[in-house]
Design a protein around this ligand. Sequence first.
Ligand SMILES: Nc1ncnc2c1ncn2[C@@H]1O[C@H](COP(=O)(O)OP(=O)(O)O)[C@@H](O)[C@H]1O
Ligand SMILES: [Mg+2]
Length: 368
Amino acid sequence: MTKDKFEYRKDTAFINREKELDYLRGFINERPESILFIHGPKSSGKTTLLYKFLAQLEKEQKLDIKFLNLRKKLIANYRDFIRIFFGIDYGPSKGDIKETREYGIFNFFKLSAAVLKGMESGALDPFEIMKREFVKLNKKGVKPVLIIDELQAIDHVYMNNGEKRHVIIELFNFFVAMTKESHLAHIIIASSDGYFLNTVYNDSRLKKTSKFYKVDYLQEGDVMEWLLNLEKHSKIKDYALTREEAGKIWDTVGGSMWEIQDILSELFAEPLEPVLELYKRKMRGIIDFYIGLNPGRKQVLKAFVENDSLGLKDFASLGIEVGALEELLREMVKNNILYFDPTDAVYYPQSKSYRWGIDIYFETLKEK
Ligand SMILES: Nc1ncnc2c1ncn2[C@@H]1O[C@H](COP(=O)(O)OP(=O)(O)O)[C@@H](O)[C@H]1O
Ligand SMILES: [Mg+2]
């Protein structure tokens, strides 16, 4: 968290995550052998966790961490991909790759303009250049760690070497070589699109070379700890919550931090009950809007009134006969209505509040 000279009546919280931070630390402390896929529903805290991890690690070890957050980037083609992965270094050294010494978060491989041009034209292999960087760092006794957030942003990009090959597949084959084969760098990929991760995983040589790790919303105990100590965690002095009130918030949005923050903001002006009531109505509205007049969407979501999570086959056994079911589910995942968990290959609503939206939507249909 950055320290400012001013104070807010509410600040961002960071609750727990000891288990997750330990896991990540364990991963970095073994010689690289596999790619780590971090998945979890939208806003489950993946990015925040990774930044926290970086901040801790940089104090402890000699690392060269390259953190690329693709959410903030627009990647339309191969040229954009190269430009984002390899920033130009306009420094004095010409010709060869200049060593990057900065330990900051936002600089990726920095290259001379000539090298960059060579890559853009297809004359130089970008992966060869990345590898040279990794080798150099290893020789210097520095662990390279490559973290890519929201990787699905390059899903549609193709290589520029005349062949219609997906950048993403090339990238992963390269990552396999860097981890499993030559053990040169740690590679961590995060995405809230579990379906996308699963496709990549199944597509390339990745099976047995990568592992999934789920970063989920907070557990009940953590949420209670947060809500019962608002001053400590969120710097809120204007009000406090009782155990019963905190329980009602948990009941409405579960451990979804972003939604908890949203509700905490509302509580400066409104009492808890109407805030939560309005919140559920809003979620019903979102579901109503999403379903619209589409019978397929309606059938699929209705199945979640009675089921926590469903795999593709379960829909069939429930008698749900929706044309192009897989495509529909894919669309629902992309729109963050459903989450696809690649470990168990099941779909379920993004978060507890979505479940409320779904339940109330079908409840009010019955009443009419
Ligand atoms: N451990 C945590 N405790 C409290 N709030 C958190 C925590 N981790 C993340 N958040 C908040 O949750 C929201 C979503 O986090 P983010 O890291 O962007 O999720 P993701 O990358 O999974 O989409 C942010 O507003 C962030 O401040
Ligand atoms: Mg994120």
